[in-house]
Design a protein around this ligand. Structure first.
Ligand code: PLP
Length: 286
């Protein structure tokens, strides 16, 4: 059976799915997206991702053309039609189709909604056993990284630089030498004193939904946790490092640029949090 996408009210074959050339997402990156991990056919951190979607849309003043309930029906139907048990669900909402003009359309337009789903064995990701390499790149994104916008060019370039360096992720480093986050994940370390650190949400980062669930888990384990800045040097000297996101869940980082992290093996806290997150996501997915 071929893949099916949802596009503006219709389920259509993925291979031929299309939006209009004057869609403002295509022309101007005027839109937002959301990604859910899927476990057992249900959505991990379902409410958190919805809440962030609603916030992103509100910040950009894009009205969702359907209510939350209807949106959920579309998301679940997309999973069903694609027979996805474990995988990823992608939702994109743009301001809609209008004659090209930077300012908002003066006539009312309906937002464009696209949903796709694919099967991915998130829990069986080999990289969780081996660990991944990350590179560091200069932060060059706009000042509203808290909005999950489809305008991702700096992230695209950073990710390509990572790929060319044989790495899985790029960590952005601000002008103070402090790590903000990854191109498509949040950045974490267990510092040389044993404190679990990830950048605070006052900084210019995306408020990762997986990040928040991991913070809750870490606190329930009585780990010492600090949300705040840490430098590239701190990261390279850390006992452990890892990344988090809907697509990566938790992946241990064993190399940062040319530095080996800890003993070069996935760290115990990263492995534990990954296991617990997957367990709790399977239990609580909705
Ligand atoms: N930071 C960035 C820039 C991202 O693109 C993502 C996920 O796509 C994340 C962090 C992690 O967010 P979440 O855990 O909500 O997937």
């Amino acid at each position: 059976m071929g893949r099916i996408a949802y596009v503006n009210g219709r389920f259509v074959p993925h291979a031929g799915a299309a939006v209009h050339i004057e869609d403002r997402g295509y022309q101007l990156a005027d839109g937002v997206y959301e990604v859910w991990a899927v476990f057992g056919g249900r959505l991990a951190d379902c409410d958190g991702h919805f809440a962030r979607l609603e916030r992103s849309l509100a910040e950009l003043r894009i009205p969702l053309p359907m209510g939350r309930r209807a949106m959920e029906v579309v998301l679940r139907e997309t999973l069903r039609r694609n027979c996805v048990r474990d995988g990823l669900l992608y939702l994109q909402v743009t301001r809609g189709v209008a004659p090209r003009d930077h300012a908002f359309p003066t006539r009312p337009v309906s937002a464009s909604v696209v949903v796709t789903a694919k099967s991915v064995d998130l829990a069986g990701d080999d990289r969780a056993r081996t660990g991944v390499k990350v590179i560091t790149v200069a932060e060059n994104r706009w000042g509203r990284c808290d909005i999950k916008t489809i305008g991702l060019l700096p992230n695209v370039l950073a990710k390509q630089a990572a790929r060319e360096a044989g790495a899985s992720e790029a960590w952005f480093v601000d002008e103070m030498g402090l790590i903000t986050e990854g191109a498509s994940s949040n950045a974490w370390i267990v510092d040389s004193g044993g404190v679990l650190r990830t950048r605070d949400t006052q900084a210019n980062i995306l408020r990762g939904i997986t990040r928040q669930s991991l913070l809750d888990l870490a606190k329930s384990l009585d780990l010492r946790v600090a949300e705040g800045p840490f430098s590239v040097e701190d990261a390279k000297m850390a006992r452990e490092a890892f990344i988090s996101g809907a697509g990566s869940v938790v992946l241990p980082v064993t190399r940062i640029d040319e530095a080996i992290v800890g003993d070069g093996q996935p760290g115990p806290i990263a492995k534990r949090l990954r296991g617990l997150y997957i367990e709790s996501a399977r239990r609580n997915a909705a």
